[in-house]
Design a protein around this ligand. Structure first.
Ligand code: RIB
Ligand code: CA
Length: 310
């Protein structure tokens, strides 16, 4: 039986690869994509979600959610992902419709109606939609099977400030709600994703697939790689969000620790920092499986094999 998941996304290029990986994998039943503001404003992230569903030739429903963080002004990242969030190859406007229901209502209704413990949430952007659903309908919290998310950083520190990773920084109050919710959490921080760097051979392998998906993935990687190589001096770019989906398919690719992780919401200097008790020095209750390592070759083998199916 396939595992039911909902992907919550601020759809940029790496989110797009994650969504394609999920849609290519029969082990996963993608109930919906719920869009949130993050890399790009909501109007664009929901549009991108529909473009990617269509690129995969699927009919997965797309819902639009929150357009601003809980308490703060939205910070976006077009400087990384381009104006559209998926700059690279030009893809046609979608005919795949946007659902009428708000993403938060969809999350609440779905978690109320599906059997408890059967739906996994996969947030790939700021946690605004998930936190809003949890605050509005706390009865759904114990029904979530697990949350596997991309966000945070510890040894790798921050990418948007010296202390914070983008997804958590954009809506730290939402992150705090989710990290304190009691739902089993698996976290893919920059500590992992900065080890999941693309290689030139892999990008060219994608292009050589000769499919629309292969062409798109190669063009996206070419686009945002420039930013990462200039910033970090690395040879490739981190494919952050696909780590979430790869974990669902092959958890043994990743290693980490079950530890306490708290979110900084007070300090201006370290706002959005994921304070991870990696060395277990605080005595605080563990609330997250915080990953630190990835089998990079295995990860890219999985991506190549699955994306080749689309
Ligand atoms: O910091 C990396 C994360 O921020 C990724 O999810 C990327 O898509 C952006 O949302
Ligand atoms: Ca993302």
């Amino acid at each position: 039986m396939s595992r039911k998941i909902i992907i919550d996304t601020d759809l940029g290029q790496d989110d797009a690869v994650a969504v394609l990986l999920a849609l290519a994998s029969p082990e996963l039943d993608v109930l919906a994509l719920t869009a949130v503001a993050g890399n790009v404003p909501l109007a664009r992230s929901q549009l991108n979600a529909r473009i990617i569903v269509e690129l995969a030739r699927k009919t997965t429903p797309v819902y639009a959610g929150c357009d601003t963080p809980l308490k703060r002004k939205l910070v976006t990242a077009e400087y990384v992902h381009g104006e559209t969030g998926i700059d690279g190859i030009t893809l046609p406007d979608p005919t795949h419709p946007l659902e009428d229901t708000h993403a938060v209502d969809f999350l609440i209704d779905t978690l109320r109606h599906e059997p408890p413990g059967t739906v996994t949430l996969c947030p790939l952007g700021p946690l605004t939609n998930i936190a809003t659903a949890f605050s509005r309908a706390p009865d759904i919290i114990p029904k979530v099977a697990e949350i596997v998310l991309m966000g945070g950083a510890y040894f790798e520190v921050g990418n948007v400030t010296p202390a914070a990773e983008f997804n958590i920084y954009v809506d730290p109050e939402a992150a705090e709600i989710v990290f304190k919710s009691g739902v089993p959490l698996v976290v893919m921080p920059l500590d992992v994703t900065h080890k999941a760097l693309t290689s030139r051979a892999w990008v060219e392998g994608m292009r050589a697939l000769g499919t629309p998906v292969g062409q798109a993935v190669a063009s996206w990687t070419d686009f945002f790689e420039r930013f990462d190589t200039a910033k970090y001096g690395s040879e490739g770019a981190p494919l952050h969000d696909p780590c979430v989906i790869a974990y669902l398919l092959q958890p043994a690719l990743f290693t980490g620790r079950h530890i306490n992780v708290e979110i900084e919401t007070g300090s201006e200097l370290t706002l959005g920092m994921t304070v991870a008790d990696w060395w277990r020095v605080t005595g605080r209750e563990p609330n997250a499986m915080f990953m630190g390592g990835v089998d990079r070759d295995g990860f890219y083998r999985l991506l190549t094999e699955r994306l080749g199916r689309l």
